[in-house]
Design a protein around this ligand. Structure first.
Ligand code: S3P
Length: 173
């Protein structure tokens, strides 16, 4: 089985994925890390030197390869992955994949991301907390139509990572 973690930047996909994979004794693949390894460059560098369209093309290609995996795997996607190139449909069409949306509220995500924006090319330039909230509010509105197609939704606000993992396990098994 492939447990596919979906959600906006800062929703905890990578950190929750690590704990979940360890608990279930599954392999862990973080799609951003996988892209960085394959492309020999950080996501930030890829955006800067080759542009977002190139990044989205590679992201879709690698995702489709990874969805063929037969081993038990936790696969943490990037925040934008479900919203491009038919990626969400590809996840939903994969019989061995179960999709889980880690759902954070706007105030929670905005506060967290303002502190951690540097390595995220889409928000690194945003200068104030108010502008961050405005940007994320619009972006989440556009993206939630994709995220909400996930088979399971887990609320993440103010929960410890381990409790989010427990919620996922209770929901799936
Ligand atoms: C992106 C999210 C990032 C990364 C890239 C684009 C997005 O992943 O894939 O910077 O479009 O939301 P995280 O959600 O892991 O930060």
């Amino acid at each position: 089985m492939i447990i596919v973690l979906i959600g906006y930047m800062g929703s905890g996909k990578s950190s929750v994925g690590k704990i979940l994979a360890k608990k279930l004794n599954y392999n862990l693949i973080d799609l951003d890390d996988y892209i960085e390894d394959r492309e020999n460059a950080s996501v930030k560098e890829i955006f800067k030197t080759k542009g977002e369209i190139y990044f989205r093309k590679k992201e879709a290609e690698y995702l489709k390869d990874l969805l063929q995996l037969k081993e038990n795997t936790v696969l943490a996607l990037g925040g934008g992955t479900p919203c491009f190139a038919g990626n969400m449909e590809a996840v939903l069409d994969t019989e061995s994949a179960i999709s889980v949306y880690l759902k954070g509220s706007l105030p929670f995500l905005s506060k967290k991301l303002f502190k951690k924006k540097a390595k995220r090319p889409l928000i690194a330039h945003i200068e104030t907390q108010e502008l961050m909230t405005e940007f994320i509010g619009k972006h989440l509105f556009e993206r939630s139509q994709f995220y909400s197609k996930a088979q399971h939704h887990i609320i993440t606000d103010d929960k410890e990572k381990i409790d989010i993992v427990e919620d996922i396990i209770l929901e799936l098994f």
